[in-house]
Design a protein around this ligand. Structure first.
Ligand code: MIC
Ligand code: SF4
Length: 641
């Protein structure tokens, strides 16, 4: 008798199948998956934990939860420190591991110390997919989704299509993982990838070490995909063993004959140094085309490129030399482990002697928390986003490059492609630097009698109101294409208000129109709901749920856009804002800021087929039955209580 053959599966398919709680990938539009690990960072974590607290549980219910402090570490004023105290006390009480400020950047640390192949990780940060570098199904989401996962609840994803990125060949000298992901971004852009998982396979994968795979998976976030994933293989095994975590290794590779929904091949040997030009990670050009252009600032670090491999590569290139006199060079390592390694092998002294500013091992410059460039300056950075104004200087021109290009350009003060860089062999043993992780002994159990520290920066989470039958509304703002969450809810100097929604709401759309807040309040006072009108790819970028939560607080009930990015769309739903798209994108032109609208039957539309017509403008929202309930009740928090 012939045995029934199992359908060959992709890595993504295996990870989903092993965690599936509801839905059938072959039939259903939405799947529910079990979440093993969660991570939060401080800028989104305070809200996530306030929401978790509101659920009234004694302790976390998932396998592992880690709370990192890496975004708000500048501590000008009391706000950041208030947040840290709150987060530390919450972690102790509920059985969460707490990573103190100064320990490093969440994604780098999680990869080093906790990420496990074959597991799921949900993080309140869009770059959580970094874990895909070791075969984890790692996904970024809004804080409230993390709160639900910590409470043992499932996470919902659109049934994905899986694009196989087949890597062949070997990278030439001076070209590295950043150039690979920039190549992918050049091909697929920053929009139109919603619902996809990008899975890397083929013989070229074996030539990439774990930090390189992590760089590629990390910056896959800029494609707008659900996540990116690499197989877990010999290279992964060696990395985990060097971390003293050999026991966490499991092999995970695609079955022979596994079918992808699409395949794109990259011959690594044909790649050259690339850069993302202002103001989008998808605006990819060759470094050659920029050669000789004057550079004012170079910053190396961020969760994309701050591994030992990356910073050691820079040190090798700068050894015995000095950076050009007319350029400012800053370096932020990803973790204390990276610093310890560099200190041990002398690379730290090399960087110091070469004239680099050694910055804190935190997000820092990447989120515009410091190091803003001068007016109209050209800044080369190894991070993942160069949205206009994100650096803190609106007129600055930020280019995203590899560590190799950054180092070569640091020596000349001009755009310079690196011809050759010595390979940094994967370390045999990483030093143990776990002392800034607190509460490991009580992880999963917690200390229930802990008093939660709540300084004045910790405000209550506002509740949403159920959706009305009909709404009288006004267009509070009309924006164009590719509006990022940095436009909607700026970070940088405003980042410190993340735990205080009434205060943070004053800055919604500040970079586009500082009067937005006052206008929304005036509309609310006249009994009008607010509507946001937007173009393509609304809500690109970060997972910050504040880009939905603060508009909700200002009475925004609907977004009308040509298209909406995945995480932001989920956040809108979670805060009771209806994510409508135009059936006919040309109707965007028929709406103007200030226009009054009657949204007759909006509740019926949401509960029914999702179609709404306003004066001939046809809108639709595609919501799962679960999402419909959330929107009708005014947000996820109202459904949980
Ligand atoms: C970012 O890189 O934009 C952030 C800051 O890390 C965000 C999270 C946040 O806004 O707190 C992200 O990527 O999700
Ligand atoms: Fe931090 Fe930048 Fe990474 Fe966001 S992208 S987590 S701000 S380092």
């Amino acid at each position: 008798m012939e045995r029934k053959r199992k359908t060959p599966q992709t890595v993504a398919g295996k990870l989903i199948a092993a965690h599936l709680v509801a839905g059938d990938p072959a039939v259903d539009a939405e799947l529910a998956i079990r979440i093993d690990q969660t991570l939060t960072q401080d800028a989104t974590g305070t809200m996530a934990y306030l929401q978790f607290e509101a659920m009234g549980l004694k302790r976390i219910k998932n396998d592992l939860a880690v709370s990192y402090v890496d975004h708000n570490t500048v501590q000008i004023g009391f706000e950041n420190a208030d947040d840290h105290d709150f987060l530390e006390s919450i972690a102790k009480k509920y059985g969460i591991i707490y990573s103190k400020a100064g320990n490093g950047i969440c994604h780098q640390l999680h990869l080093e110390r906790f990420g496990k192949p074959g597991t799921t990780l949900l993080g309140s940060d869009s770059h959580t997919p970094t874990g895909g570098g070791i075969g984890q199904l790692a996904i970024g989401a809004g804080g409230i989704d993390i709160a639900v996962a910590m409470a043992g609840g499932a996470f919902h994803i659109p049934a994905p299509k899986v694009r196989g990125i087949r890597l062949v060949g070997r990278l030439p000298g001076g070209v590295s993982a950043k150039d690979v992901i920039l190549k992918v971004l050049a091909e697929f852009g920053t929009k139109g990838n919603v619902g996809w998982i990008f899975e890397y396979f083929g013989p070229g994968v074996a030539t990439l070490d774990v930090p390189s795979r992590a760089t590629i998976a990390n910056m896959g976030a800029e494609l707008g995909v659900t996540t990116s994933v690499f197989p877990s293989d010999k290279v992964t095994r060696q990395f985990l063993a060097a971390q003293g975590r050999a026991g966490d290794f499991v092999e995970l590779t695609a079955d022979k004959g596994a079918k992808y929904d699409d395949v794109f091949e990259i011959d690594l040997s044909t790649l050259e140094p690339l850069a993302a030009a202002p103001h989008s990670p998808g605006n990819v050009v060759t470094v050659k085309s920029l050669a000789g252009t004057k550079v004012n600032q170079i910053l190396i670090g961020s969760c994309t490129n701050s591994s030992y491999r990356d910073i050691r590569t820079v040190a090798n290139l700068l050894k015995g030399k000095h950076v050009a006199a007319d350029v400012e060079v800053g370096i932020a390592c990803g973790s204390r482990q990276v610093i310890a390694m560099l200190a041990r092998d002398g690379a730290l002294a090399t960087l110091h002697a070469a004239g680099c500013r050694m910055l804190e091992n935190a997000c820092g410059f990447c989120i515009g928390a410091h190091m803003s460039p001068a007016t109209s300056a050209v800044s080369l950075r190894t991070n993942n986003r160069n949205f206009e104004g994100r650096s803190g200087t609106k007129s600055a021109r930020v280019y995203l490059v590899s560590p190799e290009t950054a180092a070569a350009s640091a020596l000349t003060g001009r755009f310079t492609a690196c011809a050759k860089a010595a390979k940094v062999p994967p370390p045999k043993r990483f030093p143990k630097t776990d002392d800034m992780f607190l509460f490991k002994a009580t992880a999963g159990k917690g200390v229930p009698k802990t008093r939660i520290v709540r300084g004045p920066n910790i405000a209550a989470v506002p509740a949403g109101l159920p959706l009305g039958e009909d709404l009288e509304a006004a267009v509070a703002i009309k924006v164009g294409d590719k509006i990022t969450t940095d436009h909607i809810m700026p970070a940088g100097a405003r980042l410190k208000y993340r735990s205080n929604v009434p205060e943070y709401s004053k800055y919604v759309f500040e970079p586009c129109d500082p009067k937005f807040h006052d206008r929304c309040q005036a509309n609310q006072a006249s009994g009008l709901a607010n509507v946001i009108v937007a173009g393509e790819s609304y809500g690109q970028g970060s997972s910050r749920e504040h880009a939905a939560l603060c508009p909700m607080y200002l009475g925004v009930k609907a977004v009308f856009a040509k298209s909406i990015e995945r995480i932001h769309r989920a956040n809108l739903v979670n805060f009771g804002i209806v994510p409508f798209v135009f059936e006919n994108p040309a109707d965007y032109g028929r709406l103007a800021q200030g226009q009054r609208l009657t949204l007759a039957g909006i509740r019926r539309a949401v509960a029914g087929d999702g179609r709404l017509e306003i004066g001939g403008i046809k809108l639709k929202t595609v919501l799962s039955p679960r999402e419909k309930q959330i929107v009708l009740k005014g947000g996820l928090l109202s459904c949980l209580n």
